[in-house]
Design a protein around this ligand. Structure first.
Ligand SMILES: O=C(O)CCC(=O)C(=O)O
Length: 253
């Protein structure tokens, strides 16, 4: 889907845009089945993983609990698109890449993907940050993520909150201990105007790599999974070495 002038204007002003019903019910059902299998361990990477499993980050509060199944311990699964063809094909879907093209132009590389799981009852917070704080090897600061809702994302189960209009400059980030390396405290940002972005399953939020965002813990009994695919313009400049093992493959153009 190509974006309308109004949608592009909203993105330019706010640094994010929700596109409802990006995937059809059938596409969503198939994707959810594959994600379930990644999480329960019944689908393994096809390549590129020496230990034979996807790269996982576990929820620190429950990672050692024997009574909680693997699927409910996973906080983030990384690089699915580079290690399993199903997820490469997901990242290459015209439904997504057409929107990215409307925002970045016709020459597009895929960086990677991150499956943010946020399990029911104990999914942990993601503190305020700008994604580009992690990616300063490339300029200009202009990458875009597609956050595809696999479940309904609500305030109760920890949907992403955006600070609209913060995508104009990179703020100095603090170094954190724990699951997120870089972040911002509430005192570092202008909190007024924070928007909880609730999305129905199958819809997506596209966000600029400088838009400040966060998500709260999931204290509800409903899981909240978002599959985030991250794109960059093909002609960006590497201003510092970026030793990313899967490379930055062109996905369109
Ligand atoms: O899904 C979340 O809770 C956080 C997502 C996020 O930080 C991102 O998409 O960059």
């Amino acid at each position: 889907m190509k974006l309308s002038a109004e949608q592009k204007h909203f993105f330019a002003e706010n640094g994010y845009l929700v596109v409802p019903d990006l995937l059809s019910p059938d596409q969503l059902a198939e994707l959810k089945t594959m994600v379930d299998r990644v999480l329960d361990g019944s689908v393994k990477p096809e390549r590129g993983r020496p230990d034979g499993d996807f790269m996982l980050q576990l929820e620190p509060g429950v990672k050692d609990r024997a009574d909680i199944p693997r699927k409910d311990k996973i906080r983030v699964a990384f690089h699915l698109c580079h290690t399993h063809s199903y997820f490469w094909n997901h990242a290459a879907r015209p439904e997504i890449v057409d929107v990215i093209e409307s925002l970045l132009g016709p020459q597009i590389r895929l960086y990677t993907d991150q499956l943010f799981v946020k399990p029911a009852n104990h999914g942990s917070e993601v503190p305020f940050h700008q994604d580009h704080a992690y990616w300063t090897q490339v300029q200009p600061y202009n990458m875009i993520s597609c956050w595809l809702a696999l479940d309904d994302a609500t305030v109760e189960n920890g949907c992403v909150h955006m600070l609209p209009g913060t995508h104009k400059q990179l703020l100095p980030h603090r170094e954190f201990e724990g699951t997120q390396k870089y972040g911002l405290l509430e005192e570092d940002v202008e909190l007024a105007g924070e928007v909880p972005v609730e999305i129905k399953a199958g819809g997506a939020m596209f966000h600029h790599s400088l838009t400040v965002h966060r998500s709260f813990p999931n204290r509800s009994d409903k899981g909240r999974r978002g599959l985030v695919s991250i794109y960059m313009p093909a002609d960006l400049t590497f201003v510092k070495p970026w030793d990313f093992e899967y490379g930055f493959k062109q996905i369109r153009g």
